[in-house]
Design a protein around this ligand. Structure first.
Ligand code: SD4
Length: 322
Protein backbone atom coordinates (compact mmCIF):
# COMPACT_ATOMS: atom_id res chain seq x y z
CA UNK A 1 0.00 0.00 0.00
CA UNK A 2 1.20 3.48 -0.76
CA UNK A 3 2.12 5.49 2.35
CA UNK A 4 0.54 8.85 3.05
CA UNK A 5 3.94 10.50 2.80
CA UNK A 6 4.57 9.02 -0.64
CA UNK A 7 1.05 9.84 -1.70
CA UNK A 8 1.53 13.46 -0.75
CA UNK A 9 4.84 13.64 -2.58
CA UNK A 10 3.43 11.97 -5.70
CA UNK A 11 0.28 14.06 -5.45
CA UNK A 12 2.19 17.28 -5.39
CA UNK A 13 4.60 16.35 -8.13
CA UNK A 14 1.88 15.27 -10.47
CA UNK A 15 -0.62 17.93 -9.49
CA UNK A 16 -3.06 15.32 -8.15
CA UNK A 17 -3.90 17.14 -4.98
CA UNK A 18 -6.42 19.94 -5.18
CA UNK A 19 -4.64 23.25 -4.72
CA UNK A 20 -7.01 24.30 -1.99
CA UNK A 21 -5.85 21.41 0.23
CA UNK A 22 -2.20 21.52 -0.60
CA UNK A 23 -1.23 25.16 -0.94
CA UNK A 24 -4.21 26.98 0.42
CA UNK A 25 -5.14 28.28 -3.02
CA UNK A 26 -6.87 31.62 -2.89
CA UNK A 27 -9.26 30.82 -0.06
CA UNK A 28 -7.14 32.65 2.49
CA UNK A 29 -7.74 36.33 2.80
CA UNK A 30 -5.04 38.92 3.34
CA UNK A 31 -6.32 40.87 6.32
CA UNK A 32 -5.45 44.52 6.51
CA UNK A 33 -2.84 45.32 9.09
CA UNK A 34 -2.84 47.71 11.98
CA UNK A 35 -0.19 48.59 14.53
CA UNK A 36 0.48 48.13 17.33
CA UNK A 37 -0.71 44.54 17.51
CA UNK A 38 0.02 41.52 19.67
CA UNK A 39 -0.73 37.86 19.04
CA UNK A 40 -0.37 34.84 21.23
CA UNK A 41 -1.12 31.16 21.15
CA UNK A 42 -4.04 29.38 22.83
CA UNK A 43 -6.92 30.59 24.97
CA UNK A 44 -4.77 31.95 27.77
CA UNK A 45 -3.24 34.24 25.17
CA UNK A 46 -6.06 36.71 25.75
CA UNK A 47 -4.98 37.39 29.33
CA UNK A 48 -1.37 37.57 28.28
CA UNK A 49 -2.25 39.97 25.45
CA UNK A 50 -3.87 42.28 27.97
CA UNK A 51 -0.56 42.73 29.80
CA UNK A 52 1.29 43.17 26.50
CA UNK A 53 -1.30 45.65 25.28
CA UNK A 54 -0.78 47.86 28.33
CA UNK A 55 2.80 48.27 27.15
CA UNK A 56 2.02 48.68 23.45
CA UNK A 57 -0.84 51.13 23.96
CA UNK A 58 1.45 53.50 25.81
CA UNK A 59 3.97 53.40 22.96
CA UNK A 60 6.15 50.84 24.73
CA UNK A 61 8.40 48.50 22.81
CA UNK A 62 7.32 45.17 21.38
CA UNK A 63 10.15 43.62 23.39
CA UNK A 64 8.83 44.90 26.72
CA UNK A 65 5.32 43.92 25.64
CA UNK A 66 6.12 40.29 24.88
CA UNK A 67 8.09 39.87 28.08
CA UNK A 68 5.24 41.33 30.14
CA UNK A 69 2.72 39.16 28.30
CA UNK A 70 4.65 35.91 28.61
CA UNK A 71 5.05 36.41 32.36
CA UNK A 72 1.29 36.18 32.85
CA UNK A 73 0.84 32.43 32.19
CA UNK A 74 4.30 31.77 33.66
CA UNK A 75 3.10 33.08 37.00
CA UNK A 76 -0.33 31.41 36.93
CA UNK A 77 -0.28 27.97 38.63
CA UNK A 78 -3.62 27.08 37.03
CA UNK A 79 -1.92 27.04 33.63
CA UNK A 80 -0.26 23.65 33.78
CA UNK A 81 1.89 23.94 30.69
CA UNK A 82 3.92 27.09 31.29
CA UNK A 83 6.11 28.25 34.18
CA UNK A 84 5.03 27.82 37.81
CA UNK A 85 2.57 24.92 38.10
CA UNK A 86 3.74 23.34 34.83
CA UNK A 87 3.60 19.55 34.67
CA UNK A 88 6.91 17.86 35.42
CA UNK A 89 9.02 15.44 33.44
CA UNK A 90 8.76 11.71 34.10
CA UNK A 91 11.12 12.04 37.07
CA UNK A 92 9.02 14.74 38.70
CA UNK A 93 11.19 17.74 37.79
CA UNK A 94 9.58 20.89 36.40
CA UNK A 95 11.99 22.00 33.67
CA UNK A 96 11.26 25.16 31.71
CA UNK A 97 12.24 26.39 28.25
CA UNK A 98 11.97 29.96 26.96
CA UNK A 99 13.38 32.38 24.44
CA UNK A 100 13.02 35.99 23.42
CA UNK A 101 14.11 37.88 20.28
CA UNK A 102 14.06 41.55 19.38
CA UNK A 103 14.03 43.74 16.27
CA UNK A 104 17.84 43.97 16.25
CA UNK A 105 18.25 40.19 15.83
CA UNK A 106 19.33 39.96 19.46
CA UNK A 107 18.12 36.91 21.28
CA UNK A 108 18.36 35.04 24.54
CA UNK A 109 17.26 31.61 25.58
CA UNK A 110 17.18 29.16 28.48
CA UNK A 111 16.42 25.46 28.39
CA UNK A 112 15.81 22.82 31.03
CA UNK A 113 15.80 25.55 33.64
CA UNK A 114 14.51 24.55 37.08
CA UNK A 115 13.25 26.52 40.10
CA UNK A 116 12.77 29.89 38.39
CA UNK A 117 9.22 31.09 37.89
CA UNK A 118 9.87 33.47 34.99
CA UNK A 119 12.23 31.86 32.48
CA UNK A 120 11.31 34.48 29.87
CA UNK A 121 12.94 37.16 32.02
CA UNK A 122 16.02 34.99 32.47
CA UNK A 123 16.14 34.58 28.67
CA UNK A 124 16.04 38.34 28.34
CA UNK A 125 18.92 38.64 30.80
CA UNK A 126 20.90 36.10 28.76
CA UNK A 127 20.33 38.37 25.77
CA UNK A 128 21.31 41.53 27.59
CA UNK A 129 23.72 40.54 30.34
CA UNK A 130 25.72 37.67 28.87
CA UNK A 131 27.83 37.28 25.74
CA UNK A 132 25.76 34.18 24.82
CA UNK A 133 22.43 33.33 23.25
CA UNK A 134 21.51 30.17 25.15
CA UNK A 135 22.12 28.73 28.61
CA UNK A 136 20.85 25.36 29.79
CA UNK A 137 20.26 23.37 32.97
CA UNK A 138 22.48 24.08 35.97
CA UNK A 139 24.36 26.83 34.14
CA UNK A 140 21.12 28.63 33.34
CA UNK A 141 20.04 28.32 36.97
CA UNK A 142 23.37 29.64 38.28
CA UNK A 143 23.12 32.56 35.88
CA UNK A 144 19.53 33.31 36.93
CA UNK A 145 20.49 33.33 40.60
CA UNK A 146 23.47 35.58 39.85
CA UNK A 147 21.04 37.99 38.21
CA UNK A 148 18.87 38.14 41.33
CA UNK A 149 16.14 35.62 40.43
CA UNK A 150 14.74 33.73 43.39
CA UNK A 151 14.89 29.93 43.56
CA UNK A 152 11.43 28.47 44.16
CA UNK A 153 9.63 25.17 44.14
CA UNK A 154 7.62 25.14 40.91
CA UNK A 155 5.91 21.77 41.40
CA UNK A 156 2.44 22.54 42.70
CA UNK A 157 0.35 20.01 44.57
CA UNK A 158 -1.95 19.61 41.53
CA UNK A 159 0.91 18.88 39.16
CA UNK A 160 2.50 16.49 41.66
CA UNK A 161 -0.80 14.59 41.93
CA UNK A 162 -1.11 14.39 38.13
CA UNK A 163 2.41 13.00 37.97
CA UNK A 164 1.68 10.39 40.67
CA UNK A 165 -1.43 9.41 38.74
CA UNK A 166 0.48 9.18 35.44
CA UNK A 167 3.15 6.97 37.01
CA UNK A 168 0.59 4.32 37.99
CA UNK A 169 0.08 3.07 34.42
CA UNK A 170 2.87 4.66 32.45
CA UNK A 171 5.68 2.20 33.18
CA UNK A 172 8.14 5.09 33.02
CA UNK A 173 7.60 5.50 29.27
CA UNK A 174 8.19 9.15 28.30
CA UNK A 175 5.17 10.49 26.56
CA UNK A 176 4.75 12.35 23.34
CA UNK A 177 1.19 13.33 22.66
CA UNK A 178 -0.98 16.18 21.56
CA UNK A 179 -2.88 16.75 24.79
CA UNK A 180 -0.33 17.74 27.39
CA UNK A 181 0.84 20.95 25.82
CA UNK A 182 0.06 24.62 25.39
CA UNK A 183 3.10 26.77 25.10
CA UNK A 184 2.69 30.50 24.91
CA UNK A 185 4.26 31.98 21.82
CA UNK A 186 3.75 35.73 21.65
CA UNK A 187 4.70 38.13 18.85
CA UNK A 188 4.13 41.86 18.67
CA UNK A 189 4.55 44.85 16.40
CA UNK A 190 4.87 48.15 18.26
CA UNK A 191 3.86 51.66 17.27
CA UNK A 192 7.43 52.38 16.15
CA UNK A 193 7.06 49.53 13.65
CA UNK A 194 9.40 47.08 15.36
CA UNK A 195 8.67 43.40 15.94
CA UNK A 196 9.74 41.15 18.82
CA UNK A 197 8.68 37.78 20.16
CA UNK A 198 8.73 35.50 23.19
CA UNK A 199 8.06 31.82 23.72
CA UNK A 200 7.84 29.99 27.06
CA UNK A 201 6.76 26.52 28.17
CA UNK A 202 7.17 23.66 30.60
CA UNK A 203 7.38 21.44 27.52
CA UNK A 204 5.62 18.15 27.08
CA UNK A 205 4.45 16.54 30.30
CA UNK A 206 6.23 13.36 31.39
CA UNK A 207 9.08 13.95 28.95
CA UNK A 208 12.49 12.39 29.53
CA UNK A 209 14.60 14.37 31.95
CA UNK A 210 16.75 16.71 29.86
CA UNK A 211 14.42 16.75 26.88
CA UNK A 212 14.25 20.16 25.20
CA UNK A 213 11.60 21.05 22.64
CA UNK A 214 11.34 23.75 20.02
CA UNK A 215 10.25 26.55 22.35
CA UNK A 216 13.69 27.85 23.45
CA UNK A 217 15.25 27.33 20.02
CA UNK A 218 15.52 30.50 17.96
CA UNK A 219 14.20 29.60 14.53
CA UNK A 220 12.01 26.76 15.78
CA UNK A 221 9.71 28.02 18.55
CA UNK A 222 10.25 31.67 17.63
CA UNK A 223 11.78 33.80 14.94
CA UNK A 224 11.86 37.53 14.34
CA UNK A 225 13.23 39.47 11.40
CA UNK A 226 12.48 43.15 11.56
CA UNK A 227 12.50 43.41 7.76
CA UNK A 228 9.67 40.91 7.50
CA UNK A 229 7.82 40.10 10.73
CA UNK A 230 7.72 37.41 13.37
CA UNK A 231 6.39 33.91 13.95
CA UNK A 232 5.97 31.53 16.89
CA UNK A 233 5.08 27.89 17.22
CA UNK A 234 3.28 25.57 19.57
CA UNK A 235 2.74 21.83 19.56
CA UNK A 236 4.97 18.84 19.17
CA UNK A 237 8.44 20.35 19.39
CA UNK A 238 10.19 17.41 17.76
CA UNK A 239 8.27 18.09 14.53
CA UNK A 240 8.73 21.85 14.68
CA UNK A 241 12.48 21.53 15.17
CA UNK A 242 12.84 19.24 12.15
CA UNK A 243 11.70 22.01 9.81
CA UNK A 244 12.94 25.07 11.77
CA UNK A 245 9.27 25.98 11.85
CA UNK A 246 9.15 29.64 12.87
CA UNK A 247 12.08 30.57 10.65
CA UNK A 248 10.31 28.84 7.78
CA UNK A 249 7.16 30.88 8.41
CA UNK A 250 9.11 34.16 8.37
CA UNK A 251 10.93 33.15 5.19
CA UNK A 252 7.58 32.29 3.58
CA UNK A 253 6.38 35.81 4.39
CA UNK A 254 9.61 37.25 2.98
CA UNK A 255 8.75 35.56 -0.31
CA UNK A 256 5.34 37.21 -0.31
CA UNK A 257 3.00 34.94 1.63
CA UNK A 258 0.38 36.44 3.88
CA UNK A 259 0.94 35.50 7.56
CA UNK A 260 -1.75 32.81 7.42
CA UNK A 261 -0.47 31.35 4.18
CA UNK A 262 3.07 31.36 5.54
CA UNK A 263 1.89 29.35 8.56
CA UNK A 264 -0.09 27.00 6.34
CA UNK A 265 2.87 26.23 4.15
CA UNK A 266 4.99 25.47 7.23
CA UNK A 267 2.32 23.01 8.41
CA UNK A 268 2.32 21.47 4.95
CA UNK A 269 6.09 21.05 5.13
CA UNK A 270 5.65 19.00 8.30
CA UNK A 271 2.87 17.01 6.65
CA UNK A 272 5.16 16.21 3.73
CA UNK A 273 7.73 14.72 6.09
CA UNK A 274 5.41 12.34 7.89
CA UNK A 275 3.68 9.14 6.85
CA UNK A 276 0.75 10.10 9.04
CA UNK A 277 -0.23 13.26 10.84
CA UNK A 278 -2.19 11.32 13.43
CA UNK A 279 -1.11 12.40 16.90
CA UNK A 280 0.78 15.43 15.64
CA UNK A 281 -0.48 18.84 16.62
CA UNK A 282 1.48 21.87 15.51
CA UNK A 283 0.27 25.46 15.34
CA UNK A 284 1.94 28.60 14.05
CA UNK A 285 1.14 32.29 14.41
CA UNK A 286 2.67 35.10 12.39
CA UNK A 287 2.57 38.87 12.04
CA UNK A 288 4.10 40.99 9.31
CA UNK A 289 5.50 44.52 9.32
CA UNK A 290 2.16 45.97 8.25
CA UNK A 291 0.42 44.43 11.24
CA UNK A 292 -1.41 41.77 9.23
CA UNK A 293 -1.52 38.52 11.15
CA UNK A 294 -2.62 34.90 10.90
CA UNK A 295 -2.30 31.40 12.24
CA UNK A 296 -2.71 27.85 11.08
CA UNK A 297 -2.52 24.40 12.66
CA UNK A 298 -2.16 20.76 11.79
CA UNK A 299 -5.22 19.55 13.73
CA UNK A 300 -8.44 21.31 14.57
CA UNK A 301 -8.64 22.95 17.98
CA UNK A 302 -5.87 25.51 17.86
CA UNK A 303 -6.82 29.06 18.80
CA UNK A 304 -4.78 32.21 19.04
CA UNK A 305 -5.51 35.56 20.61
CA UNK A 306 -5.08 38.91 18.90
CA UNK A 307 -5.24 42.42 20.23
CA UNK A 308 -4.92 45.71 18.40
CA UNK A 309 -6.80 49.00 18.58
CA UNK A 310 -9.83 47.37 16.92
CA UNK A 311 -9.89 43.81 18.15
CA UNK A 312 -9.41 41.82 21.32
CA UNK A 313 -10.40 38.31 20.45
CA UNK A 314 -9.67 34.66 20.25
CA UNK A 315 -9.50 33.23 16.75
CA UNK A 316 -10.02 29.60 15.90
CA UNK A 317 -7.27 28.81 13.41
CA UNK A 318 -7.91 27.01 10.16
CA UNK A 319 -6.37 23.57 10.24
CA UNK A 320 -4.91 21.16 7.73
CA UNK A 321 -6.61 18.04 9.09
CA UNK A 322 -10.24 19.02 9.38
C1 SD4 B 1 7.43 21.51 23.27
N1 SD4 B 1 6.34 23.01 21.76
O1 SD4 B 1 8.10 21.46 24.30
C2 SD4 B 1 6.41 22.61 23.13
C3 SD4 B 1 5.12 22.14 23.68
C4 SD4 B 1 3.97 22.96 23.19
O2 SD4 B 1 1.82 23.44 22.90
O3 SD4 B 1 4.05 23.86 22.49
N2 SD4 B 1 2.81 22.71 23.43
O4 SD4 B 1 7.54 20.68 22.37
Amino acid sequence: MISRKKFLKIGVLSGLLPLSKWSGGSSISHPKGRKPVVLSTWNFGKQANKAAWNVLASNGSALDAVEAGARVPEGNPDIRTVGYGGRPDRDGFVTLDACIMDHNDQCGSVAALQHIKHPISVARKVKEESPHVMLVGEGALDFAVSQGFEKENLLTEESRKDWEEWKKDAEYEPEINIENHDTIGMIALDSAGNVSGACTTSGTAWKMHGRVGDSPLIGSGLFVDNEVGAAAATGLGEEIIRVSGSHLVVENMRRGDSPEMACKRAVERIVSKNDSVEGIQVGFIAVNKEGAYGGYSMQEGFSFAVRNSEEDRLIKAQSWNR
